[in-house]
Ligand binder design. Sequence first.
Ligand SMILES: Cc1ncc(COP(=O)(O)O)c(C=O)c1O
Length: 390
Amino acid sequence: MPELAQRVRGFGTTIFTVINELARDYNAINLGQGAPNYDAPAELVATMTQAAQAGKYNQYAPSQGVPQLREALASHLHRFYGIEVDLNGGLVVTCGASAGIFASIFGSIDPGDEVILLEPFFDIYLPIITTAGGIPRFVPLEPPNWTLNAERLREAFNEKTRAIIVNSPNNPTGRVFTHEELMLIAELCIEHDVICISDEAYDHLVFEGHQHIPMATLPNMWERTLTVGTAAKTFSVTGWKIGWVFGDPHLMTGAWRAHQISSFAIHHPAQFGVAHGLQLDDRYFTELISFYDQKRQRLTRGLDAIGMPYFMPEGAFYVMADFSRFHVGNSEAFAKYLIQEVGVATIPPTSFYSEAHQDVARQYVRFAFCKTDEVLDAAVERLQKLRPLE
Ligand SMILES: Cc1ncc(COP(=O)(O)O)c(C=O)c1O
């Protein structure tokens, strides 16, 4: 049998697939993957369906995205963040944020370039960097509050650093970086002439007391930031895989060329549905926060009752909980135990770490709370079976 290419041999199966399969086998309640178990707003689905039935949107979409979506996104970014996107080369619609990240890395990194990753990181960053020939440099956030250590970050920058990937609001920790933390990253990027790839997939999921500040809006960061976004989480349409990258047209050229040779064009009718969503009035976006805040409170109240400590999420829809009172194993062992013995699926954050730093999160698992209240309550009820270690 012919061999697989060397570059993919080490990739393995993603933790999401592994956990989903195990959850299915054991009939566990799945608080693993960050996909809602409720439907998208009906008007988005109707808009997509009308586009599919219109008889003219079932062939290739324009490679940069349909003008309706590009214009809706530009005005959305202006409405919420005061960002001015150049529709002429400054924005490309991608197959989810995932392909946006792929295009941004492939378009920006040369073999031998160093790329700084803050740990824990969304798992796809690392294999994309290494496939592009980049060399990762890891800076772990520090539990239990997942703070950024300024000294360690400063030490990671050097003359070989080409890019840093920042993800705030953060998956899996729930951190939303403060203005001060973002300014530190920005200052280092400017000092070392580094590109910032800013994954802002959860930009609308930020809870009271915290604020999402797009990296591209900080002084002198526009020309060195590629911002990646997605409709997946804001509109509960993870199945549509509609994302984007925007930035200064010069920097965007790389992402754009990488997009052309990978997907080239994205699902045509779904782009109309997302264009509709981005134009919804402010109420949709404030209600979205209350909706998720209520779920955040519901799950964390359950964890309080069980006595499992956690970091209260500032954004996104995940809770990192410390299970060390209940289990002596590492996060993978505990996640397996939870599925098999308790009937609840979570994500062990091991695959969000470099090998050298896996111990940082060995006593944590990630719960996703983008689930109906019944599912959250049923999971909490099962978790009550857990008993503290003697
Ligand atoms: C931080 C982060 N970036 C990117 C993605 C991928 O987004 P998409 O489904 O739009 O590809 C996710 C999905 O969970 C994510 O959590």
